[in-house]
Design a protein around this ligand. Sequence first.
Ligand code: ZN
Length: 83
Amino acid sequence: MPVISCDQVLAELSKFLDDEAAVSLRRDLEAHLADCRTCRVLYDSTLKTLRIVIDSRSFDLPEGVSERMIASIMKKVRLPSPD
Ligand SMILES: [Zn+2]
């Protein structure tokens, strides 16, 4: 059983991606990602998008960019669907 909810994962995902999450939080997030397909898809697509941006620009993302990117990806991933 994941110890944190999907909403918590989404709330902390930018910290996780920015390496700002505490060790205990990272562990909880990783455990959740291992169990939850929805969050893993979101995490993977966010990570891929970030990598493309980082690779194409070769400098660190300004503060807040990953958060905005996650928000826009979340909108796509969380489209209302019957399943
Ligand atoms: Zn989840």
